[in-house]
Structures are given as structure tokens and as C-alpha cells.
Design a protein around this ligand. Structure first.
Ligand code: DGY
Length: 319
């Protein structure tokens, strides 16, 4: 029996590509640039499945033009805001994602951003690197202590819970907001806030780990940022659309926020050039899940989903 044909638009890990080539007839986009709408539509007539990343946009318009040959979109991402899920479902195309496997890597990066913003890592690195370090004083580069502070996690899915586990190692008091309160075994000592507004007012650090949905767009607007205590720090390693970047900038410039740590931006790739002048904003280019182990795990999870689908079973991560 001939193998299903799949399209892989981005450069996935070598182990993922090896396994994909073993089990499928694979077409890899050679230049590792985001698959355009025209490429997605064109490839849909040539393949049975695709493994896109969050860089490929399956808008309603694109989905309407997909060829019926395409039967599954097995995303190499936990986020699916690049996919119009109702439109894909209406076309009968299966969609899967890769939950859980990137939780630790993403939480690790969020923690790095939080520590970096709290302990003034960008400024310190610049001073040493540029040769400008010419004195020392107890008043030099004094930051905000993370150990023992209060951390507010918005979104207690896999990444939020991984963040909470790491925070416990820093003796942080963990607060969280989630659509649903966690069962006691998962909640542990974390303090639940039914209203995100109450959480924001109760903590020293806020870390966003919820998906971008119509309900969460612009979640951190001027009003909600104002609820955070003066001198607190906002971290976003989830999606840029959760934050009103103008409001964040105003809060940094007024000194209301002591800093921010951002792995996600409204405009990606590229980011927000207005943030660049502020060394208390630590920035990374959307690489929360970018570790060797996690890239393999994401690729394998996407392939597991494809394998199940082509065996005629329900994929584990069917959305
Ligand atoms: C995800 O998996 O959603 C990450 O943002 C990387 O794409």
C-alpha cells in the first residue's frame, strides 16, 4: 500500500524529519519560510496531510480554497489561533495540536524572562559587554527579588502548571486565574481567583499562559495593567494578542511597571520597535518551546497524531 503524502512547510527537528520520511512520502518546503496562503492551497491538492507550525495561516478564506484531498492538519504547536477551527471542521478536515510536551520548555523561558526583568539582565549584560562597567556600589543595579514573591499565573493549562511548579522552587506564593478552578490535586497550595482583576491586584509578577481567543484578545489593557501593583512585572510567553502593547509601553514609561518579559508580540516576526529603548523589557523572538528535546517531542506528537489518523483511529490531540 502506498504511503500517505504529507507536507512539512518548516524545518522540523532532524529526528522528526527522519521519522516522517520513514513512514510517509514527505514534501518539505526547501527554504524554511512561512507557507503562504497560495502555497497552502496549492499543496492541499498534492498531499493527504500537513504538519504546519503557528506560522502558517489557515484563515477561513484559505480553508474555503483547500482541495478535498487534504484530510488532516497536524499542527506542530499547542496554539491553534492560526487556524480557523470551525472552518476546518466544516470542511471535514481533522485538526490536531501538540499539548503538554512543550510545557516545561515554555515555562522555563517565561521564568528566564521574569528573572531577567526582575534582576535587570539586559542592562547588566549591556554594561559588562560594552566595557562600561567601571565601578561598583551597593546601590548599583539593584533589582526586584523573585524568591518569596507572589506570582500570578493567568491560564492554568500545561504551561501555567509547569510555571507554578518552577515557582515553588523559588518559594513563590502562586496565585492563578483560570476559566475553571483546578481539582485539589492539581491546585496544591495555589490560590485561585475567579476574576482575573482580583489576581492582578494581588501579586508582584504576572505571567500569561492562556490561549489567544476572541475572549482573551487585549486581555492586558490599560485598565487591567493599572490594577497590577506599582513596581510589578508582566511576563508574556503565550501570544502577543493578549497584551495591548501601547498600554504596556505607557505603564513602563510611567514607572507603574518595573519591567516586562516578552516572548510574544502583536507583530511577528519583528516585534515592537518601541520597546527597544527600554532595558527593563527583556525580549525573546517567540522561542518558548525552542529546545532540542522539545522540538523532537513536538514533532513526534504531531506524527503520533498523523499515524493514528491514517490508521483510522481518533488522534489523541484531535481538536
Ligand atoms: C506553540 O506551540 O503554540 C508555540 O507558540 C510555538 O508555536
Amino acid at each position: 500500500m502506498s504511503k500517505p503524502v504529507i507536507w512539512i512547510p518548516r524545518r522540523l527537528s532532524p529526528a522528526t524529519l527522519d521519522r516522517a520520511r520513514r513512514d510517509y512520502e514527505v514534501i518539505v518546503k526547501p527554504d524554511d519560510t512561512p507557507g503562504t496562503a497560495a502555497e497552502i492551497i496549492d499543496m492541499s491538492a498534492r498531499v493527504d496531510g500537513m504538519i504546519p507550525c503557528h506560522s502558517e495561516q489557515f484563515s477561513a478564506d484559505v480553508v474555503a480554497q483547500l482541495d478535498p484531498r487534504l484530510r488532516i492538519v497536524a499542527n506542530h504547536s499547542v496554539g491553534t489561533d492560526h487556524c480557523d477551527l470551525p472552518a476546518l471542521r466544516a470542511r471535514g478536515i481533522a485538526v490536531t495540536n501538540t499539548p503538554d510536551v512543550l510545557a516545561d520548555a515554555t515555562a522555563e523561558l517565561a521564568f528566564m524572562l521574569m528573572l531577567g526583568a526582575a534582576r535587570r539582565a539586559v542592562e547588566g549584560d549591556r554594561i559588562v559587554r560594552s566595557g562600561a562597567w567601571d565601578s561598583w556600589s551597593p546601590a548599583f543595579l539593584v533589582g526586584k527579588q523573585v524568591t518569596g514573591a507572589r506570582l500570578g499565573i493567568v491560564g492554568m493549562g500545561g504551561v501555567g502548571r509547569a510555571m507554578a511548579r518552577k515557582a515553588r522552587g523559588f518559594d513563590m506564593q502562586v496565585h492563578y486565574h483560570n476559566r475553571n478552578r483546578l481539582p485539589p490535586a492539581q491546585e496544591g497550595a495555589a490560590i485561585y481567583h475567579q476574576r482575573v482583576e482580583d489576581l492582578l491586584a494581588a501579586v508582584d509578577f504576572v505571567s500569561l499562559h492562556c490561549p489567544a481567543t476572541p475572549d482573551t484578545l487585549g486581555l492586558m489593557n490599560a485598565e487591567r495593567i493599572a490594577l497590577m501593583p506599582r513596581g510589578s512585572i508582566l511576563v508574556n510567553a503565550a501570544r502577543g494578542a493578549l497584551v495591548d502593547e501601547g498600554a504596556l509601553l505607557a505603564a513602563i514609561e510611567s514607572g507603574h511597571l518595573a519591567g516586562a518579559g516578552l516572548d510574544c508580540f502583536v507583530t511577528e516576526p519583528g516585534g515592537n520597535p518601541d520597546f527597544a529603548a527600554h532595558e527593563n523589557i527583556v525580549m525573546m523572538p517567540h522561542v518558548g518551546s525552542a529546545t532540542v528535546a522539545t522540538r523532537d517531542a513536538m514533532g513526534f506528537r504531531a506524527l503520533d497524531n498523523l499515524d493514528a489518523f491514517f490508521r483510522g483511529e481518533a488522534p489523541r490531540d484531535l481538536l
